[in-house]
Ligand binder design. Structure first.
Ligand SMILES: Cc1ncc(COP(=O)(O)O)c(C=O)c1O
Length: 466
């Protein structure tokens, strides 16, 4: 067992786990929803007003996906705490779904950004910070050539284009229940063995089976079969799935993935946007993966929008050969604000002074504490649930065994328990990432933040099983 992935905990009692009664979940939700509404009059009032000018009363539609009948509006976020407009203070284990894995407004990033705000935000010229950024990304991830984008989504979009361009192949292979941002090729699900639009995918441009092959994570036979078609430009994957709960790679999976992609002339793209949680060089450095390209975004600029992609020397040469320099601004790779000076100053400060090796040690130790607390409560109350940790990220699922594939993880999803637990936590001053039961640690997170969650989790487990 490697040291950054949580081992399944020993169970003491050996008792059969008990399922939770649906009526109990419904009754507790009703109680918690009433408590939420009573405690958040200012958020409710702002939301009502916001509906006049914003679609659904929020600046981005997924912000409605918090539990409760309206979203909580925040007033201030500092370190690992958030204060809302009603004056409630929360231990923030959501951390902007990894965008704020640095903690909110880390001092070093703020200082660098403030300086840059006064001395030029965006110019169309490269800034000298970009050199330090390229060198540091190269040192961390082992890939020598980098480009900077506005988001991780953009990084993924651009590497797909580049992979298509240099291999002359049309398709991308992704794993079922992956998420790589709003990337058309990856917004798919597996239906009858083929890629089909994911439920809720808005206006898919073409039938995704034309662009994408999709197999289950850890299914090496299916991977071999699909790559054998010879039309896959790149495999795009997280090293462990993190967006459908955590699905860890089985022993030997990454070695086989690398062998098969090489054998079939397919490029391997590793998306480290979330798995940076494993350490300064993400899962890739920790496990010595050897991708052709790597994408990242979210926390590397401390919350300032940014993404980046790196490539091997061999890929860089092919990319340079294929670049039509006269049309580089219109080739489908770029963006006016991509590589802007503000983002680069923010990445430089964040990588050099915030997301450091000692910071990760602190964060991973806290995630272990979180995992142990949740696991103890699960065992104590005989719940058929489990918790999985990946570096400084931990997630519990309402099913007993660890999933091997995205499909297994999705099947374990329980929307009623999910919304109850999110609201239960929120009402007790703890924010967990909406959409799933994910908790993330930042350099500013403390044992008190973790213990606040453990106490609320213990209380919920007790109420659900009494
Ligand atoms: C693994 C992964 N890659 C890429 C993205 C896209 O990030 P963004 O929405 O910041 O572009 C996400 C977003 O959740 C992600 O989880």
């Amino acid at each position: 067992m490697n040291d950054e992935v949580g081992a399944p905990m020993e169970r003491g009692s050996g008792a059969e786990p008990t399922a939770v009664a649906r009526e109990k979940i419904a009754a507790l939700y009703e109680r918690e929803a009433a408590a939420f509404e009573a405690a958040h009059p200012a958020s409710r009032e702002i939301h009502e007003r916001a509906k006049d000018s914003l679609l659904a009363g929020v600046p981005m539609n997924w912000m409605t996906r918090w539990p409760g009948s309206f979203p909580v509006f925040f007033a201030e976020a500092r370190g690992a705490s958030v204060t809302d407009v009603d004056g409630h203070r929360y231990a923030d284990l959501c951390l902007g779904d990894t965008g704020a894995m640095t903690g909110h407004s880390p001092a070093a990033t703020v200082e660098a950004v403030e300086e840059r705000l006064r001395t030029g935000i965006t110019t169309m010229l490269p800034s000298s910070d970009s050199i330090a950024v390229g060198e540091e990304l190269g040192r961390r991830f082992g890939l020598p050539r980098w480009q900077v984008t506005v988001s991780a989504t953009d990084a993924n979009r651009f590497v797909i284009r580049l992979a298509r361009e240099i291999t002359g192949r049309g398709k991308v292979l992704v794993f079922n229940h992956c998420y790589h941002g709003t990337v058309d090729e990856a917004l798919v699900t597996r239906r009858d063995g083929e890629a089909a639009p994911r439920p809720g995918s808005v206006g898919p441009p073409v039938d995704p089976s034309m662009t994408t092959r999709v197999v289950e994570f850890n299914d090496v036979d299916a991977l071999e079969r699909e790559l054998g078609a010879g039309d896959v430009a790149c495999v795009l994957t997280e090293p462990a799935l993190t967006n459908v709960g955590i699905v860890l790679p089985e022993d030997g999976f990454h070695a086989r993935l690398r062998e098969l992609t090489r054998e079939h002339g397919t490029l391997l793209v590793i998306d480290e946007t979330h798995t940076l949680c494993c350490g300064p060089g993400g899962y890739t450095a920790k496990h010595r993966l050897d991708p052709d390209l790597l994408t990242i975004g979210k926390p590397i600029a401390g919350g300032i929008p940014v993404g980046a992609y790196g490539m091997s020397e061999a890929v860089a040469e092919r990319v340079l050969d294929h670049t039509v320099w006269d049309a580089a601004d219109e080739g489908g790779v770029g963006g006016t604000l991509a590589g802007n000076a503000l983002s680069l100053a923010a990445i430089r400060a964040t990588l050099c002074d915030v997301l450091t090796e000692p910071a990760f040690e602190h964060m991973i130790a806290l995630a272990r504490r979180f995992e142990a607390g949740v696991d103890a409560a699960i065992a104590e109350h005989g719940l058929p649930w489990q918790v999985t940790r990946l570096g400084c990220r931990a997630e519990y699922m309402f099913a007993p065994g660890r999933p091997r594939t995205g499909a297994e993880a999705a099947a374990a999803f329980d929307s009623e328990l999910d919304r109850l637990m999110h609201l239960y936590m929120l009402n007790r001053g703890v924010l967990l990432t909406p959409f799933h039961m994910m908790a993330l640690m930042s350099p500013a997170t403390s044992e008190e933040h973790v213990d606040a969650h453990t106490a609320a989790f213990e209380e919920a487990a007790s109420e659900l099983t009494e």
